[in-house]
Design a protein around this ligand. Structure first.
Ligand SMILES: [Fe+2]
Length: 389
């Protein structure tokens, strides 16, 4: 027996004799959750406990059973090769606007490799029979009204976040924004999911799109550079436009709050340069039809353009002049851990709301009205903002 064939034989024996059976089966450990939903695309992300290849099966929202036929499969892949790992992301493209789709995610364990041979293990998937498949609805520029939820500065307090989401009931809304500082430091995947994301998945994120506006605390810690493995994973940048119905949201990534040379950043950050690049993007993004033709224009940015710290000054100097010219209606921020509302003025020509760290924003926007209800952890109204056109 040739050495390679013998090796293969031993490996096969290992999998067939039950030695591998003593180990835990593959399972979905977190998610799935929706990212970067647009009118024709969505990314679905999830995690498994074992290395796997992954795919999504997609079905229209008709009256057929999910099992009536083999559904088309969309694989997690890059440059023609299926991706193997424990963090999975599949982008579905070419979708119809304002359309509900049913979906199911699958991961098949990659149990071993020898040369070009791959030994596949069991498959884990979301349900399609007992509980019915999951579903999502793509964004729609023509939708008449939009409801949304914004939370920020959770800092890993997942129990508090759960209470805020009970108040806001995001599963009944169209979209959700996490407006930064969801953890205090990016230390590990476990802290990410324990700190806020598992609550997000349980509450809404399997079926309602969540858009993550990174705060300054997500930029800290040994796990910080892994942020985009989980959020906006297949997007080119962490800043983007979101158009839904009569509103276009401009989601900005504010970077850190102190100068890049500060001792706290250990010489690892170049956020001044990053914000300049983002400014170049913003200039072009604000010319896009999805933005210019939207009746309401809302900026989402973790740090407000006031407070006097370096990062806030940068938001003021690099983003605000462009946002002023583009006719932004309101900017939603967090960061300061208290409720601050500033009216439009000569320098910032739109109102800015810095939401507190224990309050949730519930928004509703139609073609002629923007209404924001801000509710505290105790269920009492903190503020209400109305902008009419
Ligand atoms: Fe912050």
């Amino acid at each position: 027996m040739k050495r390679t064939t013998f090796g293969l034989f031993i490996l096969l024996l290992f999998f067939c004799t039950g030695s591998a059976g003593a180990q835990e089966d593959i399972k979905i450990t977190h998610g799935p959750y929706l990212q970067n939903m647009s009118h024709n695309e969505v990314t679905i992300a999830w995690l498994t406990n074992k290395n796997a290849i992954s795919w999504v099966e997609l079905a229209p929202d008709d009256d057929t059973h999910f099992y009536v036929t083999e559904r088309p499969k969309y694989f997690a892949a890059k440059n023609g090769v299926k991706s193997e790992g424990v963090v999975h992301a599949v982008k579905l493209t070419g979708l119809e606007p304002g359309t509900r789709y049913r979906y199911r995610v699958f991961s098949q364990e990659v149990a071993g490799r020898q040369n070009h041979h791959i030994f596949y293990g069991k498959v884990a998937s979301t349900a399609a029979y007992q509980t019915g498949p999951l579903s999502f609805t793509t964004n729609d520029y023509t939708k008449k009204d939009v409801t949304f939820t914004v939370i920020n500065d959770i800092h890993g307090r997942s129990d508090m976040m759960k209470t805020l989401l009970e108040i806001a009931a995001p599963a009944k809304n169209d979209l959700v924004f996490f407006n930064g500082d969801m953890v205090s430091s990016m230390n590990s995947e476990k802290e990410l999911f324990d700190g806020f994301m598992d609550v997000g998945v349980e509450t809404f994120a399997k079926e309602i799109p969540m858009y993550y506006c990174r705060g300054n605390h997500e930029t800290r810690g040994p796990f910080a550079t892994r942020f985009q493995d989980y959020f906006s994973p297949l997007n080119p940048e962490l800043y983007f436009l979101v158009r839904q119905g009569p509103v276009c949201f401009v989601v900005l990534d504010c970077g850190e709050d102190k100068p890049d040379t500060d001792i706290e950043y250990s010489g690892i950050t170049v956020y001044d340069e990053y914000r300049t690049q983002e400014m170049t993007w913003l200039k072009e993004a604000l010319k896009q039809k999805e933005f210019t033709e939207a009746p309401f224009k809302v900026a989402i940015c973790h740090m407000p353009p006031f407070g006097g710290w370096h990062g806030e000054q940068e938001v003021l100097e690099k983003f605000v002049p462009l946002l002023n010219d583009a006719g932004i209606d309101i900017m939603l921020c967090g960061h300061l851990h208290r409720h601050i509302k500033k009216e439009a003025g000569p320098q910032v020509k739109f109102p800015v709301l810095a939401n507190g760290n224990e309050a949730v924003i519930k928004g509703r926007i139609t073609r002629d009205e923007l209404a924001l209800d801000i509710t505290g952890l105790d269920g009492k109204q903190v503020d209400r903002i109305n902008i009419r056109k």
